[in-house]
Design a protein around this ligand. Structure first.
Ligand SMILES: Nc1ncnc2c1ncn2[C@@H]1O[C@H](COP(=O)(O)OP(=O)(O)OP(=O)(O)O)[C@@H](O)[C@H]1O
Ligand SMILES: [Mg+2]
Length: 324
């Protein structure tokens, strides 16, 4: 399947553009955008789409993310420093080695608050005259030292940068208290932009289906079925479409093999009905519906009801039957 390009989120993109225009224009020099939302809701895609559109182009972009499996102190900064030329940084070599997580670094050398100050100094040096963008991905999974650093950066005066943070809700984090405090610190900064992403609506789901099946009108019933099955979560939506965009979806199983009753049941599935609703709608027993559905899955080569519904819609077999 072709990668799906972002749908919706136009308001959020506009807010990014405005926040960046302020920072790039120096009024004020520092900005923050905090993007929260559940797993797979589209935080990372939104941020990369927003970054791709920034005008003027940022002089520097520093991006770091959490190491979800083995968190270690200053993971965010270590990710930023990795592969970067660190020769000109105003840091004692052993502090740099520690912050960049070079192996075999003596750890007793610096007190935590001294290291924190050095970390802030490092980021300032990398940002330079800016304007820069600092991206903190997966804040909810970051180590406490990185969270402290992000909190300090949020409050750092005159840092010529837009600080962009993505996080799942604090209550799902390993250290919910620390994450909540850091998010509050970020959001409390003057001029901070807060974005909480929710699931996609029906029109956005329809737009995604339109991308995946170009040139084929997708019936509202199929959109509904997909929307209900995924709850509008983009990650689940993409997973579903990848799973169903395989050979099955374009197999030419002859429609003639379906009985009239099966076609009626299929239309009901495309309308997103449960077996019970189908039974009520067609005046047959739930048991009979179950038999029809399993025959339908076999005949259409579908792995699921949704796949069968999409199969029907592509062949324009799904007549607009509505639940109720
Ligand atoms: N608005 C959208 N339009 C189309 N596809 C989207 C949209 N938002 C997200 N997706 C797709 O859904 C999937 C999950 O998105 P993404 O990785 O951005 O979620 P996330 O919120 O960062 O998740 P996590 O909490 O796991 O980091 C990706 O394949 C992405 O391309
Ligand atoms: Mg993400």
């Amino acid at each position: 399947m072709m990668p799906v390009s972002m749908v919706g989120r136009t308001g959020e993109l506009a807010e990014f553009a405005t926040a960046w225009a302020r920072v790039a224009g120096g009024r004020p020099r520092t900005g923050r955008v905090v993007v929260t939302g559940g797993a797979g809701v589209g935080k990372s895609l939104l941020i990369s789409a927003a970054l791709a559109d920034l005008a003027p182009r940022p002089v520097t972009v520093l991006t770091g993310t959490a190491r979800v499996h083995t968190p270690a102190p200053y993971d965010w900064l270590a990710a930023v420093l990795s592969g970067r030329d660190t020769a000109g940084l105003p840091l004692p070599p052993d502090a740099l080695a520690w912050l960049a997580q070079h192996p075999n670094t003596p750890r007793e050398r610096y007190a935590p608050d001294a290291l924190l100050r050095l970390a802030v100094r490092t980021v300032r040096a990398l940002v330079g005259a800016g304007p820069a963008v600092l991206v903190v991905e997966d804040l909810h999974a970051l180590d406490p030292a990185s969270l402290n650093l992000v909190g300090e950066l949020a409050a750092a005066p005159e840092l010529p940068a837009l600080l962009v943070v993505a996080s799942r809700p604090a209550e799902t984090a390993i250290s919910p208290g620390l994450v909540a405090a850091t998010l509050a610190r970020l959001s409390g900064a003057p001029g901070a932009v807060r974005q909480h992403l929710g699931p996609l609506g029906r029109p956005e789901v329809a737009a995604v289906l339109g991308q995946v099946y170009p040139g084929r009108p997708v019936a509202p019933e199929a959109v509904d079925a997909v929307w209900r099955r995924t709850g509008g979560n983009p990650y689940q939506l993409v997973e579903l479409l990848v799973a169903e965009h395989g050979e099955h979806l374009f197999d030419e199983a002859p429609a003639a093999e379906l009985t009239g009753r099966e076609i009626e049941v299929l239309s009901c599935l495309a309308a997103g009905m449960s077996n019970k609703q189908v039974a009520r709608s067609l005046g047959i027993s739930v048991r009979t519906v179950t038999v029809h559905v399993s025959n339908l899955l076999r005949k259409t080569g579908s792995a699921s009801r949704t796949e069968a519904a999409l199969w029907a819609v592509r062949r324009q077999l799904a007549s607009p039957v509505r639940p109720g």
